[in-house]
Ligand binder design. Structure first.
Ligand SMILES: Cc1ncc(COP(=O)(O)O)c(C=O)c1O
Length: 412
């Protein structure tokens, strides 16, 4: 770990200044650090395994994994080799390489609720395609969406309403995640026009404690879809392959009709997938969705190798073991300093919030102290562990947490 952190981020700030001139807002979307406390570098120079380096030479043990994708760690040698070999042959042609068939076969073998697959680039492509297939299959319009759930940045699902018109969301009906009565109310509002229900794998809304789904709630969603001949969509973009390699609801025994994957599917190489059950294959073949880069072969090579590693190695066991170690250690440290925190969600996708911290002032200070010690946490978004994280990384992180928690106990 880098003990002498250059907390002034001189190079980063210089580049931010240049960026302001040529990039709207200096940076857009979820990777803009403008809303984060000072201390987060905007730009990075390199990454390997569990570590990431900024432009000022600071190295961090990273708990964001690029907001999820790097499930095996940054620059996994096997994945990169598969990509480099494929690149020499073909990346983007007039049609896909044979890998598209290999990958469709692989993902349908791995994922329980998958009889077929098609591929795109981003999670938003996949969730949006799920809606289109649902409407094509049912001939109906209404989609039930949980309030606060993130499904991407297209007009129908962006959390920021600027530039969105009423018509973009007029066929969505909202309900509370994990609240069966609220879901039933939404179903009633949809009447005979219900095309589908979309749900994230668990409740992972930003700035709130995470919640695993109640089995009875997932069963209710399944029951409604069966009764109304509608489509149950699992948005597994964020959680996919971190909770269960067979699909995040596998242990709940609730089978989605369509599942959207992205993030971890290619260990950082851009790819998303829509997988579905047989009865929706015809509808999926009739819609028109595509993109210039959706079929590039290097991403498919990356995904084939990533999924093979996930098949061979119990990645979920590794990251939940380390996540538990981290969570237990943080709880003990917070307890010792009398700092009240809440840790929620699956340990492999941890979220740490401070009690009595509605303005996130404690959380913001805490992550700044961690950044100074070379640990990259997020103050209000769930984090991610990877196969590349080690017990030593967690021990070093807990040393930084000890320092940060002590400071919080003294300052608040
Ligand atoms: C649950 C969920 N769905 C969809 C998306 C959208 O994915 P993308 O940003 O790749 O478009 C995300 C991204 O964070 C997500 O977490």
């Amino acid at each position: 770990m880098n003990k002498q952190h250059n907390t002034k981020l001189e190079n980063d700030l210089l580049l931010r200044k240049r960026a302001e001139a040529f990039i709207p807002g200096g940076m857009w979307g979820h990777m803009s650090v403008k809303k984060l406390p000072f201390g987060y570098p905007q730009f990075f120079s390199k990454a390997k395994d569990s570590r990431i380096w900024d432009l000022d030479g600071n190295c961090y043990i990273d708990f964001m994994c690029g907001y999820g994708p790097n499930i095996l760690g940054y620059n996994n040698a096997d994945v990169d080799q598969a990509v480099n070999e494929q690149r020499k042959k073909l990346d983007l042609g007039n049609g896909p390489s044979a890998l598209v068939v290999d990958l469709a076969e692989k993902i349908t073998t791995l994922v329980d609720s998958a009889d077929w697959a098609l591929f795109a680039k981003n999670g938003t492509d996949a969730t949006t395609t799920c809606l289109t297939i649902s409407r094509a299959a049912t001939g109906k319009k209404k989609i039930l969406v949980a309030k606060g759930s993130y499904h991407g940045s297209a007009p129908w699902c962006t959390p920021v309403a600027t530039g969105v018109v009423e018509e973009d969301i007029s066929n969505l009906i909202f309900f509370e995640y994990n609240d069966s009565a609220s879901l039933e109310d939404a179903e009633k509002k949809a009447g005979a026009d219900l095309a589908g229900i979309i749900l994230t794998a668990f409740r992972h809304d930003v700035r709130k404690d995470q919640e695993l789904p109640k089995k009875i709630f997932l069963q209710k969603a399944r029951e409604i879809c069966d009764k109304k001949n509608a489509v149950l969509i699992l948005d597994d973009v964020r959680a996919g392959f971190r909770l269960n390699r067979s699909g995040s609801w596998f242990d709940y025994g609730v089978k989605p009709d369509l599942t959207a994957f992205s993030k971890a599917i290619g260990n950082g190489y851009p790819l998303s997938a829509v997988v579905g059950v047989d009865k929706l294959k015809q509808a999926a073949s009739e819609i028109y969705v595509t993109g210039s880069f959706w079929c590039n072969a290097t991403s498919m090579a990356a995904s084939l190798k990533t999924l093979s590693i996930i098949e061979e190695i119990d990645v979920v066991a590794h990251i939940s073991y380390l996540g538990n170690k981290l969570r237990t250690g943080i709880d003990q440290i917070a307890n010792n300093f009398g700092v009240e925190i809440s840790q929620s969600g699956p340990s492999q996708m941890p979220l740490i919030l401070f009690e009595q911290d509605s303005d996130f002032s404690k959380g913001s200070k805490f992550v700044q102290y961690l950044l100074n010690k070379g640990v990259y946490f997020h103050p209000w978004h769930n984090m991610f562990l990877s196969l590349a994280h080690t017990a030593e990384d967690v021990d070093m992180t807990l040393d930084a947490v000890e320092y940060g928690m002590k400071k919080i106990s003294q300052e608040f």
